[in-house]
Design a protein. Structure first.
Length: 528
């Protein structure tokens, strides 16, 4: 292998990055020796295809001769508002290690050149713990919260654990004995936090490399919690096709295009010399073409020479090629068992072992069990046998409108309800109210003395039938809530509006599929 010059190494290390902090230090180290870098990932939701972006960059680091450490940040996953229950941490860490090794093998990265470390292997040591206390004595609450603003899930009343998160990530740089940390540009505030506070403990500043954030398939950030925004690493070819078919890919739009970003940051970084991005299309639409560099591909799409459908079809081919070795690896009974245990489906969890206990806890505590959808009231009438009840015919995106009985007669006029968008709890057991079967419940806020009651406000562009979800929860709702287990009664205790009048469950926002919040004129009230 030809020895690279420091300049050639730097070019490989920094290509496709959005920003580098500490370039002078990088230049100085490369003149003396190879760089030591770490990349960390919190073991929360399942990794998806966007993880190929940092994996491709890790391949660049290795080509440049860098020593690379991959940190499975299990403790961080728990500190970030308990995104991973304690009982599942070890299992999810094992899953991450298995799937990331499969990803690296898929793109030809030699695993023997990498070091894999688990956070709790050293973060529970006496020395590390003492440094956490030292750091807490100099870091302000303001700086800790600001540092984690783009990474740690933000809530109105943050837990202390989320404020600790940036400090631990800063200390990782010292305890992993690296020159640099690599992450997404959403980590920038944590990186500058590290540069400010590590020297106050007598440790040196590190270099920081930042990847741009790759847009999701639906536009915006690709996220594990948004099913339509990402392709899972174990998705079948049929699912890949289905998700790409729905992917946002506006003709000529190169600014917000997750497919083009994926091609740039993953595929072109993996192509060998002479290889390019191949598009297969009929002769009448220009015939087959291969783009040897990304700039030509981007220009072709911007000029509308390359159709979104042809781009999607080509990306589908390359994604399936990347995913096939991972799918194959996870055909083994051991890895299938690990996947099911690390991410237990809602509603499972019988038995007494740790996995099932954790699954049962998720089942009992999760608002994902509630099937809340946008409804449109298409017809309002008074109940023939009850003066205080309305009979609402409500469009929920189903074949026929549902009949919902609601006690809003004293509080909301017929005119105010007619054609109004409402939030409907759809998986309560249907029950007769004065002889008419009610198939759902309109969610409302009420003041303390119950003199003011109103349906929570749904954003005007929400589509009837679309499912509402709580931020951070992505499980499948129960088909029907079991009335004997009082699921709705238990979960509704924490369903309220906050001080801003925004609908939340334990400070997790209730959101439309587009990410818009539901609100009320009534603040700090229960939602029933």
């Amino acid at each position: 292998m030809v020895e690279l010059t420091p300049e050639e190494k730097k070019l490989l290390i920094t290509r496709n990055l959005q920003e580098t902090l500490g370039e002078d230090k990088l230049n100085a180290i490369l003149k003396e020796r190879d760089l030591k870098i770490y990349w960390g990932t919190a073991t929360t939701g399942k990794p998806h295809v966007a993880y190929f972006v940092p994996m491709s960059k890790i391949a660049d680091f290795l080509k440049a001769g860098c020593e690379v450490t991959i940190l499975f940040a299990d403790l961080h996953a728990y500190l970030d508002n308990m995104k991973a229950p304690w009982a599942l941490l070890e299992l999810r860490t094992q899953y991450y290690e298995a799937v990331i090794k499969a990803m690296l093998s898929s793109i030809g990265v030699p695993l023997d050149k990498l070091k894999f470390v688990k956070g709790t292997d050293y973060q529970l040591s006496r020395e590390y713990t003492l440094d956490v206390y030292k750091l807490s004595s100099v870091v302000t609450q303001h700086d800790a919260r600001k540092a984690g603003a783009e990474v740690v899930k933000q809530v109105e009343y943050p837990l202390l654990s989320g404020l600790l998160y940036p400090g631990l990530q800063a200390l990782d740089e010292e305890y992993l004995k690296v020159d640099a940390q690599f992450g997404g540009v959403d980590q920038r505030k944590i990186f500058t936090f590290s540069e400010k506070y590590l020297p106050q403990l007598g440790y040196e500043k590190r270099i920081h490399f930042m990847n741009p954030m790759v847009p999701g398939l639906a536009g915006g950030k690709m996220s594990s919690s948004e099913e339509d925004s990402k392709i899972d690493l174990l998705d079948s070819p049929a699912n890949v096709k289905k998700k790409l078919k729905k992917a946002f890919c506006e003709p000529g739009n190169i600014a917000d295009n997750g497919l083009l970003s994926f091609v740039k940051h993953v595929l072109f970084s993996l192509f060998k010399e002479g290889e390019g991005f191949s598009v297969t299309r009929p002769a009448e639409y220009g015939g087959d073409i291969t783009f040897l560099n990304f700039a030509d591909l981007e220009k072709s799409f911007a000029d509308n020479d390359l159709h979104p459908g042809d781009l999607k079809a080509s990306v589908e081919k390359y994604i399936n090629k990347l995913l096939e070795p991972i799918r194959k690896a996870f055909e083994s009974p051991e890895l299938q068992k690990l996947s099911a245990a690390a991410y237990p489906p809602p509603g499972k969890g019988k038995g007494g072992n740790v996995n099932s206990t954790a699954a049962a806890a998720v089942e009992e505590d999760g608002p994902h069990r509630l099937d809340i959808r946008v409804g449109k009231v298409v017809e309002v009438s008074r109940h023939p046998d009850a003066d205080t009840l309305y009979v609402l015919k409500t469009d929920l995106g189903e074949v026929q409108p549902r009949t919902i009985i609601s006690g809003l007669v004293k509080f909301v006029t017929t005119e105010e309800l007619d054609q109004r968008l409402v939030a409907v709890l759809c998986n309560l057991k249907p029950s007769k109210m004065r002889g008419i079967l009610s198939e759902g419940m309109v969610l409302c806020t009420s003041n303390s003395d119950h003199t003011v009651v109103e349906p929570i406000i749904v954003p005007a562009n929400a589509a009837p039938g679309s499912r509402l979800a709580f931020e951070g929860f992505s499980g499948t709702p129960d088909e029907q809530l079991n009335p004997k287990k009082k699921v709705w009664e238990k979960l509704s205790v924490d369903l309220k509006t906050n001080a801003d009048g925004t609908a939340v469950w334990k400070d997790n926002f209730l959101l439309t599929p587009e990410g818009e919040k539901l609100t009320s004129k009534l603040a700090n009230c229960q939602i029933k």
